[in-house]
Design a protein around this ligand. Structure first.
Ligand code: NAI
Length: 329
């Protein structure tokens, strides 16, 4: 079985090489992302293995089909970047890694909250320059604050368990309520009430047509002044222009994002010697109360191991022609 791995970084290759030896699979690693311009690279392969910012749209899938690709193996949980209808039409199966390490992402969301609040990133820089002043470093106690969680699936539930330990009150919105979380003390509320009452909002729902731009001018208007918004889910949950307005007019007190609507041309790349053309990210970077990480919430040793092992098993199941336990339908 020949596998074309797209958007490969050195750490992806390292993990695949470490765990694939006993599987007898033949990997070729491409640094480039998969899209309709690069889909011709899949000629002669059986499987295209992709990540969050590969653009697996209808045009790409048609080319994969012409090249004989039978499986798209996502090395991630979210699958909003794959046109599933087109995959079905072209008889290409799609598999993913549904839950590799919810702790990795939930813990990163906490890291964003703590860093934004207690400004440890600024203290680190100040002290390296001999500046031991505390001016403007003041934070707030998390204890007693109301945290609004949108999406209480695997990652959202893990986040709830951690943030409860800080003594926060948790209100949440999900289309499906979890009895386990209710027993744990999470109070499910309508989405607009979560927006109105929360001091901190953390987004953990998938990107769908329904959730796209759920943080926008209207929802921001409902929120408390000085709200902290954390997004480790998908960039397009937030309307970037609207959040910039919210930051500019002081409505948004803190913004922590691990994902960004237009991240595919920016994240995972070293652009330090390049003139960045995306004015929205440049504006976001300019705010003192915005913290951006480059889609690294998943990036722990445990998660990489789980992603690799599950992806190998997904491909093996396809090779064996049996049931695909992690098929996206
Ligand atoms: P999950 O499928 O276990 O949970 C998602 C939850 O969102 C479900 O409970 C679902 O009912 C809920 N939901 C669906 N539509 C909703 C809506 N309209 N409003 C509110 N809730 C809604 O997914 P999991 O594993 O918890 O992942 C959540 C998201 O985190 C993924 O979709 C992915 O986009 C993102 N993610 C980000 C990573 C990163 O490195 N930054 C890594 C892994 C996942």
């Amino acid at each position: 079985m020949k596998i074309a791995v797209f958007s490969t970084k050195p750490y992806d290759q390292e993990y695949f090489e470490r765990y694939s030896q006993s599987h007898g699979l033949d990997f070729t690693f491409f640094e480039t992302s998969l899209n309709s311009d690069t889909a011709n690279l899949t000629s002669g392969f059986d499987v295209a293995c992709v990540f969050v910012n590969d653009k697996v749209d209808d045009a790409t899938i048609k080319m994969l089909s012409q090249n004989g690709i039978g499986l798209i193996a996502l090395r991630c949980a979210g699958y909003n970047n794959v046109d599933l209808e087109s995959a079905k039409r072209n008889r290409i199966k799609v598999v993913r890694v549904p839950a590799y390490s919810p702790e990795a992402v939930a813990e990163h969301a906490i890291a964003l909250i703590l860093t934004l609040n207690r400004k440890t990133h600024k203290a680190y820089n100040r002290i390296r320059e001999g500046n031991f002043s505390l001016n403007k470093l003041i934070g707030f106690n998390l204890h007693g604050k109301i945290v609004g969680v949108v999406g209480t699936g695997t990652i959202g539930a893990t986040f709830c368990r951690i943030i409860k330990g800080f003594g926060c009150e948790i209100i949440a919105f999900d289309k499906y309520e979890s009895d386990e979380l209710i027993n744990f003390g999470v109070k499910y509320k309508p989405l607009d009430e979560v927006f109105r009452r929360a001091d901190i909002i953390s987004l953990h729902c998938p990107l769908t047509p329904e959730t796209k731009h759920m943080i926008n001018k209207e929802s921001l208007a409902l929120m408390k002044s000085g709200i902290m918004i954390i997004n480790t889910s998908r960039g397009a949950l937030i309307n970037t222009a609207d959040i910039i307005d919210g930051l500019t007019n002081y409505k948004v007190g803190y913004l922590g994002i691990d994902v960004y609507e237009q991240e595919e041309n920016i994240f995972f790349k070293d652009l330090s010697e390049i003139i960045i053309q995306d004015d929205l990210i440049l504006r976001l970077i300019s705010f003192p109360n915005v913290l951006i990480t480059s889609h690294q919430a998943y990036f722990t040793r445990e998660a990489m191991q789980e992603i690799t092992i599950t992806t190998l098993s997904n491909i093996k199941e396809f090779e064996d022609g049996g049931l695909l336990s992690n098929e996206v339908v």
